[in-house]
Design a protein around this ligand. Structure first.
Ligand SMILES: C[S@@+](CC[C@H](N)C(=O)[O-])C[C@H]1O[C@@H](n2cnc3c(N)ncnc32)[C@H](O)[C@@H]1O
Length: 753
């Protein structure tokens, strides 16, 4: 069977036998007639030369770009490594008589943490040192310290401008590269208030993709992340904090919301070559309504004074300006587009457009709905909502404030971004919202005709409940008597669809389809531990943990205590998680894995501490379980795939570990500039001499009966090793001591995964 090899992209067609007759995509196939016809009709550029320039750029392979992730010192260390070691080195290289382009920082990305480079793959394999650079990128990417991310996809989170302590919702978050940026911004004050303030809810309707997100964001070690699996169109607008008036609870609204909606993705054609073959106008037509509903839902969930970003990796105005215009018109003044012209200096962008043509599935083009209605058969007209077209008031909506990023402007993919501020509550004048939770306010019933709102809607005329949001915070409050809605400039008011959770929708009310992937979540649900739990007592005593660490923020997913692992969340996450009313939220993952229990009896505390928890907990740990770890010992422990006998350790480390009780301890590795000996030696061995992570690194260790073991996964060991010594790890064979009874008394490294 001839399978498709990784990295080999193929275009194909369905054959009679049902198998794909794959053709390799070659450069001259990078065209699509309908794409050309549609976009040429939009007259996006003043000259045909500029159109040609864009198309030429789209046919060229995208430069590689990445972001150094993490909100801690570590990200800056990696950046320094790039700037001080790799860049000058690559600059000094020649290949076939030509100098190489080194990686360059993206000019508008803060702190030089965004990078791109055009080194050909072959170059990366040609020289030993470039191989090291490649290996550095691969290792750090594997463990999540570097995130491969398209340059343009880095823009929306930057424009969202998340501040420490805020409540943030990422409505369509997977695979999570933007969520990672949001978390980094949330922790930009370097960890202060981590126990208390702020949350990022990262949601995706697709469970598998939500799980990918968990992996992607794991390295950020944030107790403030909650990953959920819901249809964003119906995302709970009634999440409650635990305290307050239980009859009239105040739901949580968000300071920042990102709507990076599902889209046709034609801005990513330089990377996803199959889009050249598969692009069809019907994708954009089909997505428009979902995009509008997700954006409307976000508007509802946003605080007054809050900010939301709508973005797509598509250039299609039906997915961009049409959605923005519909959102502004249906929320009638509650949202305004923000001017971002001064943000991200150096980023080249074009303004949003105010005229565009809509293309029907058969290729018919029209400027407006009336013209369209004369060209398209009546029976199929219902498939095209009027909101696809520029509304009559388009010139008053400030569409020039939207950002269109075309590929040729700075050699990137294509992207669209619009930034909104919520300036007024959404009132019953401008929003018809069904609320399924009567206690969130006393709903007023009003008749809404679907035919007025959405010609394509399959829903019958329905009665929906209307809620007012009439205080300055945008919080749902008791309704005022309804005032007649003024006719918006753009045409009749387009009410929002009913969007309550299926479980709570009254049978009489028709609802939109819920797109949540309902595959059961395999893991047990999280439950909070009782702060007086004896296991917590034992852990606190053993590690000398400061009383400043709140014990009520720990959760477990296991039923008994045997395999117990303990996860820690921020108080804001706890607030959302611990309210019974919020249980319908499908929680995929949250919290930092801090402690897990081993089956080892001869220790006062059989809970080990996890590497991912150390950045958060280390400052609060007592001295009793801390040992200074010399660099040579760290090297030996990293290179050994098992336990290292006491006798093989330096006398200094032996003196520290022998007197302490059996169990987990924390190795403190202080790397100073004096380690230059190691650098010099490394250079002799053909390495770059990268022993430059001056500062402190903390590593979890296990003090066994007669040996010490480092509690890191193989992958993590590789990364630490690379950062310390600049070369891939050379694993030594298991030492003889590994066969001894220590095996039974020490946890396996794999447990740290
Ligand atoms: C453009 S991608 C998001 C990319 C992501 N923001 C990032 O930066 O990694 C769109 C995502 O929306 C999800 N999605 C599609 N329909 C959805 C819906 N109705 N509700 C929530 N998520 C949805 C898809 O599963 C997909 O992961």
């Amino acid at each position: 069977m001839g399978g498709i090899k990784p990295n080999q992209t193929r275009a194909g067609s369905e054959t009679a036998g049902g198998k794909h007759d794959y053709q390799p995509i070659t450069d001259f196939q990078k065209c699509n007639d309908q794409f050309n016809a549609f976009y040429k009709a939009q007259s996006l550029f003043a000259t045909s030369e500029e159109w040609d320039e864009m198309m030429e750029t789209m046919r060229v392979v995208l430069p590689t770009s990445f972001r150094i992730t993490g909100h801690r010192q570590h990200a800056l260390e990696l950046r320094d490594l790039l700037e001080r070691k790799f860049v000058p080195f690559i600059l000094s290289l020649e290949m076939e008589g030509e100098t190489l382009d080194p990686p360059t920082p993206i000019p508008w990305y803060p702190q030089n943490l965004g990078w791109q480079f055009k080194l050909p793959r072959i170059a990366l394999k040609k020289s030993d040192t470039l191989r090291q650079f490649h290996s550095f990128l691969v290792t750090e990417t594997d463990i999540g310290n570097i995130s491969r991310q398209e340059v343009v996809s880095m823009i929306p989170p930057l424009l969202l401008d998340v501040l420490p302590g805020q409540r943030v919702l990422d409505m369509c978050a997977a695979p999570g590269s933007k969520t990672a940026q949001l978390l980094e911004a949330l922790h930009a004050d370097n960890g202060q208030d981590e126990f208390t303030k702020g949350l990022v809810i990262a949601n995706d309707a697709d469970l598998k993709r939500a799980c990918m997100l968990v992996h992607q964001t794991k390295r950020l070690h944030s107790p403030c992340l909650l990953v959920t699996n819901q249809d964003a169109e119906q995302f709970s607008h009634t999440l409650y904090p635990p305290s307050g008036d239980s009859k009239h609870p105040t739901p949580i609204l968000f300071d920042r919301i990102l709507c990076d909606v599902p889209c046709s993705g034609d801005g990513t054609m330089r990377k996803n070559l199959l889009i050249w073959r598969d692009w069809s106008i019907k994708d954009s037509l089909g997505l428009h309504r979902t995009q509008v509903r997700i954006a409307q839902r976000a508007a509802l969930l946003l605080k007054v004074g809050g900010r939301m970003v709508y973005s797509t990796c598509s250039l299609n105005p039906m997915e961009n300006e049409a959605v923005v215009a519909e959102l502004l018109n249906t929320t009638q003044g509650a949202l305004r587009l923000m001017d971002m012209s001064q943000a991200l200096p150096g980023l080249k962008r074009c303004p949003g457009i105010t005229t565009w043509k809509v293309m029907a599935r058969d290729g018919t083009l029209a400027d407006d709905y009336e013209q369209f209605a004369t060209k398209v058969p009546n029976r199929s007209l219902a498939k095209y909502p009027p909101s696809l077209f520029p509304p009559a008031n388009i010139d008053t909506l400030g569409m020039d404030k939207c950002l269109r990023i075309y590929p040729h402007l700075q050699n990137t993919g294509g992207f669209f971004v619009a930034v909104f501020e919520k300036v007024q509550p959404l009132t019953q004048r401008d929003l018809s919202l069904e609320d399924s939770e009567p206690s969130a306010g006393t709903p007023v019933e009003t008749a809404v005709s679907d035919s007025a709102s959405d010609t394509a809607s399959p829903l019958p005329a329905k009665r929906v409940k209307v809620e007012t949001t009439n205080d300055a915070t945008g919080v749902m409050a008791s309704p005022e008597p309804a005032s007649p809605a003024p006719e918006p400039k753009g045409g009749p008011l387009q009410p929002l669809e009913p969007t309550a959770s299926p479980a709570a929708v009254p049978a009489s009310v028709a609802k939109t389809k819920d797109h949540t992937d309902r595959t059961p979540i395999k893991d047990q649900p999280y439950t909070f531990l009782d702060p007086t739990d004896p296991d917590l007592d034992r852990i606190w005593e053993f590690y000398g943990i400061s009383p400043q660490v709140p014990r009520d923020l720990f959760m477990t997913r296991s039923e008994g205590t045997r395999q117990r692992a303990m996860y820690m969340v921020s108080t804001d996450i706890k607030a959302v998680m611990s309210v019974a009313r919020n249980e319908r939220m499908r929680v995929v993952n949250t919290g930092i894995k801090c402690f897990s229990r081993n089956d080892i009896d001869n220790t006062p505390c059989n809970y080990r501490i996890h590497a991912e928890a150390l950045p958060l907990l280390f400052p609060y740990l007592g001295e009793a379980r801390k040992v200074q770890l010399p660099l040579d010992d760290a090297k030996l422990l990293l290179e050994t795939s098992g336990h290292v006998n006491f006798t093989m350790l330096s006398p200094g480390l032996q003196d520290q570990v022998q007197p302490i009780d059996l169990g987990c301890c924390i190795g403190i590795l202080n790397v100073t500039k004096d380690e230059t000996k190691e650098e010099a030696k490394d250079k002799q061995d053909g390495g770059l001499g990268l022993t430059t992570v001056a500062g402190t690194m903390t590593l979890p260790l296990w003090r066994g009966k007669g040996s010490v073991n480092i509690l890191l996964s193989k992958q993590d060991k590789g990364s630490v090793y690379m950062r310390l010594f600049g070369t891939p790890i050379k694993l030594a064979p298991k030492p003889a001591c590994d066969k001894r009874s220590d095996k039974q008394e020490e946890p396996k490294n794999s447990a740290s995964k």
